[in-house]
Design a protein around this ligand. Sequence first.
Ligand SMILES: [Zn+2]
Length: 287
Amino acid sequence: MRAFFFAVSLALAGLLAGCASHLIDRGAYFADTAHRAASADSRIRFLVMHYTAGDEVRSLAELTTGDVSAHYLVPEHPPLRGGRPVVWQLVPESRRAWHAGASFWQGTTELNAASIGIENVNLGPRDTSLGRVWQPYPPDQQDAIIRLAKDIVARYAIPPTRVVGHSDIAPQRKTDPGPLFPWKALYDAGVGAWPDAATVTAELAGRAPDAPADVRALQWKLARYGYEVATDGVLDERTRRVFAAFQMHFRPRDYSGVPDAQTDAIAQALLDKYMPEVARESVPPSP
Ligand SMILES: [Zn+2]
């Protein structure tokens, strides 16, 4: 009798396994994947760009043995293989890399858990007698960054406003990837956000680009767009650093953090383009 039951259950298991490709054998149990939920999205929802502030040897050492890491490291001059660049992958995309630290974007905190991090070999800023000097990203490095970012954004369906710099998600602590990062070239290749020039001109509405802008209105627009910023109308150091981070990304020729009309017009043009549902909301009255 026992042998009979055994034979029957074996046959049944064979039948299930043979006929149902939605059954996954997990050893001690089966998982049936016949029903798929409609409501789900990728755990990877952001792409974060960095510079390493060091050369490749130092960057590789720090990112592989220290308490920071990133999924990818793009060399300053990536070697080519059959005409295609080779980048370092230091962490599998399914695992969390430690690149963002305390961070905030569009209501999400701790972006390490929800992002892919790309470190780019770049020395960062140097303070000279002529002021702060930034190291450019060479064309072959830009090309590699674009190829890599394009692939990641496509595979995880990351929307344009969620391709960000470390300085966007941690403006109080970080300035990477800096004002020379090729955000516009990335946009032209289909990665990330950029305002339409005609809309910026229209939003300027005849104001001089360097005319003063309303602090509270700009705070409000940047908060809507994704930044962690107060909306109290006070131009303190914290707010200034957020304005500077935004300018570094979208208006790199001047990232002083001064709220001017051009910055305001760029912010409005981005909302018009990417968040039309909130773009025309008026700034609520002061508390
Ligand atoms: Zn960083």
